[in-house]
Design a protein around this ligand. Structure first.
Ligand SMILES: [Zn+2]
Ligand SMILES: [Zn+2]
Length: 387
């Protein structure tokens, strides 16, 4: 058994009410002073360095510090005073100390051998895994929202044992190797002195408990695979490539932790007529040459159905007008975008003799010089050059 441990506050030379900053400052000063690389072969400095690190690992962690304040050393080191496998002089959890920060500047970052360690609360409540799924919906369904069903295979908490893994009527024993923490201390030698870090307990596989009579329904795992049909409510305004997260619809959590989430990626099918840019709907309206010249009352499709629009006489091809509020609703908002309509004048590609005659007469009336033979070709060539 080691001699009585010194008080952690005393080790760092700070008061019990010291702020986190004060503790950090005191630790940096002492860690540098006693660091083995600065004191080669000095056993006393090495011991002090370990002591300082251990004190800091507890006092820098608000949860551990609170336990230490309440219960003393026994509150933060399960081996303390019990002659545990670590020989009593508990190491520290490297995961809690920002060594890169402290030693990076000091030793040029070449301070190898300090891996992070497993969480010291390995057997604590853990959130379940999140699941991923995808849905393909129509343009209109994306605009106005919809409900879809997804078939999922997920793990759920076993109803028979309520997730404990122990057959109903029996209880699980706290693992004696790790005292229920799910982690054990492992000694590591670095640069001639030993650190202890933590590793998952092999006896209970990190669960902290040993089940003597496994639950028959789940085989002791505490969870069962289930096929579930989940209704996904897709909000109006969602866009292609966006995802929605359904809290708690993923796999069951462990040790009483919450279930994971279900993340649904949404694909929106392209629309034959509409394109979308955010909340804006883009649409191209074909009109005839006559309509463009003379004006027309058009019926324009929108996601709400057809709306009337008076096309002014003399509208040029490529002209864009706006239908206010006919776009996509804002995702989780109140507003709606607009629909932009671009007018495309359709140029006839084949005309019969009568039509050609009428067009030539029209061109002549417009003062164009229309050659008798090449006819329409000339008209189109000139038209092209003017563009
Ligand atoms: Zn069970
Ligand atoms: Zn264990």
């Amino acid at each position: 058994m080691p001699e009585q441990k010194r008080d952690y506050y005393e080790v760092l030379g700070v008061s019990k009410g010291a702020s986190d900053d004060e503790i950090k400052r005191a630790y940096r000063k002492l860690a540098k002073k006693y660091h083995p690389d600065m004191n080669p072969g000095d056993k006393e400095a090495e011991a002090k360095f370990k002591e300082v690190n251990e004190a800091y690992s507890i006092l820098s962690d608000s949860e551990k510090r609170a336990r230490y304040d309440q219960f003393g050393h026994a509150g933060v080191d399960p081996n303390y005073g019990a002659g545990g496998p670590g020989g009593g002089f508990g190491g520290f959890d490297m995961g809690d100390i920002d060594l890169g920060d402290i030693f990076g500047s000091f030793f040029g970052g070449g301070f190898g051998g300090f891996g992070g360690s497993a969480s010291s609360r390995r057997n604590g409540p853990q959130k379940g895994e999140s699941l991923r799924a995808s849905l393909t919906i129509s343009f209109e369904e994306a605009a106005f929202g919809c409900e879809k069903e997804i078939n999922l295979n997920r793990t759920e908490e076993c109803e028979a044992c309520h997730g404990s893994g122990a057959e109903p009527g029996t209880t699980a024993e706290t693992c004696p190797d790790c005292r229920g923490t799910g982690v054990v201390r492992v000694q590591q030698r670095t640069g001639g002195f030993a650190f202890s870090s933590t590793a998952p307990c092999s006896r209970c596989r990190g669960t902290g408990k040993i089940i003597h009579t496994p639950c028959k329904a789940c085989g002791g795992s505490g969870s069962v695979k289930k096929s579930k049909r989940v209704t996904v409510s897709i909000p109006a305004g969602i866009d292609d490539g966006q995802a929605i997260s359904l809290r708690g619809q993923g796999n069951a959590g462990k040790n009483g932790g919450p279930a994971g989430d279900l993340i649904v990626a949404v694909h929106v099918k392209p629309h034959p007529q509409f394109r979308r840019d955010g909340t804006t709907v883009l649409y191209e309206q074909p009109v005839t040459f006559y309509q463009a010249v003379m004006g027309a009352e058009l019926e324009i499709p929108t996601i709400d159905g057809k709306v009337k629009y008076n096309l002014p006489a003399g509208t040029q091809t490529g002209t864009t007008f706006r239908l206010r509020g006919k776009g996509i609703p804002e995702l989780r908002g109140r507003g709606r975008g607009d629909q932009y309509v671009t007018v495309r004048v359709q140029i006839p590609t084949s005309l019969n003799g009568e039509q050609k005659e009428a067009l030539r007469a029209f061109a002549e009336a417009m003062g164009e010089d229309v050659p008798e033979e090449s006819g329409l070709k000339g008209f189109f060539d000139k038209h092209k050059k003017r563009k």
